[in-house]
Design a protein around this ligand. Structure first.
Ligand code: 5GP
Length: 369
């Protein structure tokens, strides 16, 4: 029988973290941001569990290097060649940037070639198979996805393997037989059209609670992917028990993201000496990996049985990625002091989350400069 669940599934904008008395922390400096992750299939990694999305706009070398240098985690997208990745690894080595938290993405299409790509990286370059792999598919429910995961685990028994995306708890246990991290989130992304085109998706807050509960019961980890609008949403995800958070749009307006800066002129209502004041605004291109633009760029066009589930956007230019990363560190540390958590690891234990009707005061939004 068709089921309609009456429980309301919540998103980041439906909740807040309630400040409260906890342990005495006098300063954000006292908060420990890095966390030790002991993965289900044997490896250990240390860092702040924030990833850039494995999209061609923000899963590029420049963004990845900065996140790694800042002690976070990083992905690089699946369209780089062996030599390009190899050169990047060498460059990181020469600049003393650790690539221990770097995940190399492979897709389901032509996966034998992609497995070969990882083997070539191992034989020719400074990558070893105990490092990290991200297996990416917009819909990890298709049977082929599990087949590919099983083969990758067989070929790389010591790697940390992250897979996704999924948007329900029921599939987590099956995937965690082979994977270490499950990437959760379908339809939440800022460049995503899946909910419009298919009606499918699960709001992030309820999804994180559901998946974390199941994954943690077998020592698996989850990564909350998509829908991060503000840094506060990263804090909320950690408080909800997400181990990692992945963001695309948050990094896409920066200098380091792929793409040129586009300048546009706007005539304002202000007059100076009788002449209208013109304002210049700067933008960067951001597109979904299932958008028509991405299909044209990487797959030789849209197949005639597909609809585009991603869109192409011009989003505001936000300057250096350093500033965004510093704000992320600062926001998380501050959140910890509001809830009395001495470290990111303790956020979920310390947090009380509340459902709200009104999250932000937007009265002066249009005046922001
Ligand atoms: P954002 O941080 O921009 O809200 O979301 C980034 C996430 O959106 C990515 O990590 C990925 O999971 C998802 N995504 C990227 N491109 C597309 C797309 O074309 N379609 C859909 N449905 N999701 C996408």
């Amino acid at each position: 029988m068709t089921q309609l669940l009456s429980e309301t599934y919540l998103d980041y904008s439906d909740i807040l973290i309630k400040p409260k008395m906890g342990i005495n922390l006098n300063s954000r400096k006292e908060v420990v941001l890095e966390r030790v992750f002991k993965f289900k299939h044997g490896q250990t990694r240390t860092g702040l569990g924030v990833f850039n999305a494995n999209m061609s706009t923000v899963g590029n070398f420049a963004v990845a290097k900065k996140l790694l240098a800042k002690g976070m985690f990083a992905t690089i997208h699946k369209h780089y060649s062996v030599n390009e990745i190899g050169n990047f690894l060498n460059q990181c080595k020469s600049e003393n940037v650790s690539v221990e938290n770097l995940f190399i993405t492979i897709g389901l299409r032509n996966f034998e070639e992609q497995i070969q790509k990882l083997k070539d990286l191992e034989s020719k370059y400074n990558w070893n198979s105990s490092q990290n792999i991200c297996i990416d598919a917009p819909n990890f429910y298709i049977p082929k996805a599990l087949d590919v995961l099983v083969k990758v685990r067989h070929e790389f028994p010591d790697s940390v393997i992250m897979v996704g995306n999924i948007a329900s708890g029921d599939i987590c246990l099956k995937l965690l037989d082979y994977a270490d991290i499950i990437k959760c989130g379908i339809g939440s992304g800022s460049a995503c059209l899946t909910r419009k085109q298919t009606g499918c998706g699960t709001p992030m807050v309820t999804l994180i609670l559901e998946c974390a509960d199941i994954a943690h019961s077998v020592n698996g980890h989850i990564c909350a992917d998509g829908g991060i609008v503000d840094i506060g949403d990263i804090c909320k995800a950690f408080c909800l028990n997400a181990d990692f958070v992945m963001a695309g749009g948050m990094f896409a307006g920066t200098d380091e993201a792929d793409g040129e800066i586009v300048e546009k002129q706007y005539q304002t209502n202000e007059l100076i000496d009788g002449r209208a004041v013109v304002q210049i605004k700067r933008f960067k291109q951001y597109y979904g990996m299932s958008s028509e633009y991405a299909n044209n760029k990487f797959a030789g066009g849209m197949c005639n049985y597909k609809t585009s589930e991603g869109r192409e956007l011009q989003i505001p230019y936000t300057g250096s990625l350093d500033k965004v990363l510093q704000d992320i560190n600062g926001g998380i540390a501050s959140c910890c002091t509001y809830i009395g958590a001495s470290s990111v690891k303790h956020m979920a234990k310390c947090a009380t989350l509340i459902q709200v009707h009104n999250q932000l005061n937007k009265v002066f939004e249009k005046y922001s400069v």
